[in-house]
Ligand binder design. Structure first.
Ligand code: SF4
Length: 164
């Protein structure tokens, strides 16, 4: 039996709307999940950050910089399971809007893209690393998210998770 599920919530290029939904879910689930989940990384609730030996990484947003590209690969390497949260992570949209700019607009933003180390094209997380689960929607579907969390609590053999 395992003590707690080690989880990281990671945000890439996006409005962090899916993380906000997660916070709302915690309003309902906090006391149920509190003894079962250990947050190793979740910027919206704590400054502590550890990307090592995670059981599950939940990832929202799209990949738009080389730095993000490097980081998502580190997260994947250090997580047994990776879950895509919302359409930005699954398909890139709507955070990949600039991919669809016309040539004139692309030319206008060229210098900014270069200056801030952005990639030519914004990529979905799914295009870059292998994912184990997806929570569709913009923002993500709450029920599906809860279902996946509770499935992993059981799958990883977390003590007292058998009630789910
Ligand atoms: S999928 Fe929608 S709500 Fe979620 S991060 Fe992207 S834009 Fe925000």
């Amino acid at each position: 039996m395992k003590g707690k599920l080690k989880v990281g919530i990671f945000s890439f290029t996006c409005d962090e709307g899916c993380s906000m939904v997660f916070l709302e879910i915690l309003n309902q689930k906090f006391f149920e999940w509190n003894d079962l989940i250990e947050f190793k990384h979740f910027r919206l609730i704590q400054s502590k950050s550890e990307i090592k030996n995670l059981d599950v990484a939940f990832v929202e947003g799209a990949i738009s910089t080389k730095e993000e590209l490097k980081k998502i690969k580190v997260i994947r390497k250090n997580s047994k399971k990776l879950v895509l949260l919302g359409s930005c992570a699954i398909s890139g949209s709507p955070s990949n809007l600039r991919n669809f700019f016309d040539e004139k607009k692309k030319e206008e933003i060229k210098e900014i893209i270069k200056k801030f180390g952005h990639m030519k094209k914004v990529l979905a997380v799914k295009e870059v690393v292998k994912a184990d689960e997806e929570v569709p929607g913009c923002p993500m579907q709450e029920e599906k998210f809860v279902e996946i969390v509770e499935k992993f609590l059981k799958e990883f053999g977390v003590k007292n998770a058998s009630r789910f």
